[in-house]
Ligand binder design. Structure first.
Ligand SMILES: [Zn+2]
Length: 158
């Protein structure tokens, strides 16, 4: 069973240019420091994480540093952040049988899966209370350190 969190978000509607289905998208307030709404790799489902409180975010960052350090490469802040976004999903449990992809923020149509959504249909943003699943790391926490390293390296194509 997923853990859900109730959030106050800004919401807006987009219309799929392929099938005409309307979907709602959410935004967190800019002041929500460390908090993010991540999307599954298919662009359909949200999950919430507070990166400052997340229990494995720092661990993933360290593993990435480690991997590159062995190769004699020191990462810039930007590279480090990009790689972290790219690989973080590896450490997250699936949401609705989909992996989390923190490197993309492309929403897709809930009906046909098209990523071609039109947000010009209305300019209205509204505040809404929604329930979204929390990011969890049960699978990741079962792994040995070497297995974790391998997963991250694979995701980085190394
Ligand atoms: Zn569609």
């Amino acid at each position: 069973m997923e853990n859900l969190i109730t959030l106050k978000v800004r919401a807006a509607e987009g219309m799929c240019r392929v099938c005409g289905t309307i979907r709602e998208v959410y935004y967190l307030n800019d002041s929500s420091y460390g908090e993010r709404l991540l999307l599954t790799s298919d662009g359909k489902y949200y999950a919430y994480v507070n990166l400052f409180k997340d229990e494995v975010y720092d661990e993933v960052e360290l593993i990435i540093k480690d991997i590159f350090c062995v190769k004699g490469k020191k990462l810039s802040l930007k590279e480090s952040a990009d790689y972290l976004n790219l690989t973080f999903g590896v450490a997250c449990d699936d949401i609705n049988y989909q992996v989390i992809d923190a490197s993309k923020n492309i929403k897709s149509c809930l009906n046909c899966g098209s990523k071609d959504l039109d947000f010009e249909i209305s300019n209205n943003e509204y505040v809404k209370q929604v329930e979204v699943p929390l990011i969890t790391h049960f699978k990741w926490k079962e792994l040995e350190k070497e297995e974790k390293k391998k997963l991250i390296a694979k995701k980085l194509n190394l």
